[in-house]
Design a protein around this ligand. Structure first.
Ligand SMILES: NC(=O)c1ccc[n+]([C@@H]2O[C@H](COP(=O)([O-])OP(=O)(O)OC[C@H]3O[C@@H](n4cnc5c(N)ncnc54)[C@H](O)[C@@H]3O)[C@@H](O)[C@H]2O)c1
Ligand SMILES: O=c1ccn([C@@H]2O[C@H](COP(=O)(O)OP(=O)(O)O[C@H]3O[C@H](CO)[C@@H](O)[C@H](O)[C@H]3O)[C@@H](O)[C@H]2O)c(=O)[nH]1
Length: 480
């Protein structure tokens, strides 16, 4: 029986291995982690992450051919194939701080693999890593081993949160990079055989190591670039009276452009886009490609611009001050159908409003009070370290309350900011909400989820990103 071990039981390691176990009953899969709490949660009825469909997959295989354990060394030493899916945060200190990937967790995993291995292994990079990481990992493994052979493969993950199970069941492609030697090709085939249990052969792409590593960074940069492009257009739409949804629809009909990833928003969030683009920028700079680095930097600049623009719009619309005013925040997760808040644009928007002394009442159907408070008090990039190494949650953040109902959040509020596109925000009873708010009552829709005309009929002043401006908002200093 082939044995797989995955180091890192996070958003990638957990779902990916659960699907491999489900689709390959003949393979034994162990997912290991240094976080005792995380492993306990994977072994309980309350999984550590919320992902539609994940519970069912885990329930079907856990205890049969899928195991979650803190006994990292035992499972690593027994495995034929080891996936490494640990954190690769942005460095906050030293060389490359603020851009380069911090490979501390990866390096420590590689050293441990070298220490405990007694048989030949295939080591698979599942984490997103800088190009040429495989070369460094190879050096660590070969210099520390006792004649054991290691083959390194790059097998980046392309799943998106909220649709992880769907993406894993039916991936657009699986990418495997390896050495162009007979041993390297044999390793590629072994991993290909795993995916071939359910992924059609034509969707499994095999390349050299560096192409696979770079393709992951390139894919995220291209995706994020589309969002920054449409968000840049949203500002122009507001200035000219065009409607960004109509523009997206019109340009998306061109099959060369396609309609996906053209939804204007308060900016992209999530654990990957910003981190991976910063990483790409750093690699370009290290290779002397300053103009290329500056091109990709601009994607993040526009993303920051979009978040600032939104905050400025809220403040300037409400008579240039939100001091002491209650603002309801609907949605805190970085997108719908996930409880993940890593790098969510809601953090920057909330911090911006708190900076202007607003009182915030935050509601998100999947994000806990503790998480929100932690996010609002953590330093940039601190979130991307294993949970037990993160700062403890503070007891409270001034000016912020967290509630479990959109009606409670909006009661007596002066304004509402919609920051995540949860479906339930489309069907709220906005008349009821309006009746219980201070007047004039404002809605700032950062995700284009509400029916603007209906809300204006009720009496709201509505700002919806990239849409023709409400007469109230025209001429406001931040928007003019
Ligand atoms: N989240 C996504 O949607 C996504 C998608 C594709 C790729 N990625 C990449 O995958 C990697 C993992 O991301 P994630 O979202 O799963 O992170 P995560 O924080 O959810 O999980 C990483 C896990 O690794 C564990 N860990 C760290 N060092 C360890 C060690 N030495 N031994 C054992 N366990 C260790 C941590 O405790 C943590 O539970 C990152 O490189 C990320 O960029 C993420
Ligand atoms: O048209 C769009 C699409 C997305 N977003 C935002 O962009 C961010 C990222 O969304 P998405 O890409 O759907 O989620 P992630 O889980 O971050 O997935 C991305 O990052 C992963 C980690 O690398 C990759 O594996 C995935 O392929 C890639 O889509 C979120 O804040 C979304 O709200 C928009 O604003 N407009």
């Amino acid at each position: 029986m082939v044995k797989i071990c995955c180091i890192g039981a996070g958003y990638v390691g957990g779902p990916t291995m659960a699907v491999i176990a489900l689709k390959c009953p003949s393979i034994e899969v162990a997912v290991v982690d240094i976080s005792v709490a995380r492993i306990a949660a994977w072994n309980s009825d309350h999984l550590p992450i919320y992902e539609p469909g994940l519970d069912e997959v885990v329930k079907q295989c856990r205890g049969k051919n899928l195991f979650f354990s803190t006994n990292v060394e035992k499972h690593v030493s027994e495995a034929d194939i080891i996936f490494v899916s640990v954190n690769t945060p942005t460095k906050t200190r030293g060389l490359g701080a603020g851009k380069a990937a911090d490979l501390t967790y990866w390096e420590s995993a590689a050293r441990m693999i070298a220490n405990v291995s007694e048989t030949d292994k295939i080591v698979v990079e599942k984490s997103t890593v800088p190009v040429k990481t495989a070369e460094a990992i190879e050096k660590i493994l070969t210099h520390n081993s006792k004649g054991i052979k290691f083959q390194i493969l790059s097998n980046p993950e392309f799943l998106a949160e909220g649709t992880a199970i769907k993406d894993l069941f039916s991936p657009d492609r699986v990418l495997i990079g390896g050495r162009e030697t007979p041993d390297g090709q044999r390793a590629i085939k072994a991993l290909k055989d795993v995916y071939a249990h359910w992924v059609p052969e034509e969707r499994i792409i095999c390349t050299n190591l560096w192409s696979a590593e770079l393709s992951k960074l390139a894919a995220n940069a291209f995706l994020a670039q589309r969002i920054s492009s449409i968000n840049a257009m949203s500002a122009l739409c507001e200035a000219t009276g065009a409607d960004v949804s109509q523009v997206s629809h019109a340009i998306g009909k061109d099959t060369r452009i396609c309609p996906k990833f053209l939804n204007s928003s308060i900016g992209f969030g999530g654990s990957c886009f910003q981190k991976d683009i910063l990483n790409l920028v750093y690699i370009c700079e290290c290779n002397g490609l300053t103009d290329v680095a500056n091109y990709w930097k601009q994607i993040i600049k526009v993303n920051d611009y979009q978040k600032n623009r939104f905050v400025n719009c809220v403040v300037s619309s409400m008579f240039n001050t939100v001091s002491g005013k209650k603002i309801a925040i609907l949605g805190f997760a970085f997108k719908k159908d996930t409880g993940d808040t890593r790098e969510t644009p809601a953090i920057d928007v909330c911090k911006g409003l708190i900076g202007d002394k607003a009182r915030l009442s935050i509601y998100d159907p999947q994000v806990t009070k503790d998480q929100v408070l932690k996010d609002l008090s953590m330093d940039k990039f601190d979130w991307d370290h294993p949970v037990h190494l993160q700062p403890l949650s503070p007891s409270s953040v001034n000016q912020v309350t967290i509630v479990w109902d959109a009606y409670e959040a909006t009661k007596d509020a002066h304004g509402i900011c919609i920051l995540t596109e949860w479906d339930e925000f489309k069907t709220l009873d906005y008349q009821r909400i309006f009746d219980r708010m201070r007047k004039p009552a404002f809605v700032f829709d950062g995700r284009n989820v509400v029916n603007v005309e209906k809300l204006r009929e009720i009496g709201f002043i509505v700002y919806s990103i990239g849409k023709p401006l409400d007469p109230w908002l025209k001429g406001m200093p931040a928007l003019a």
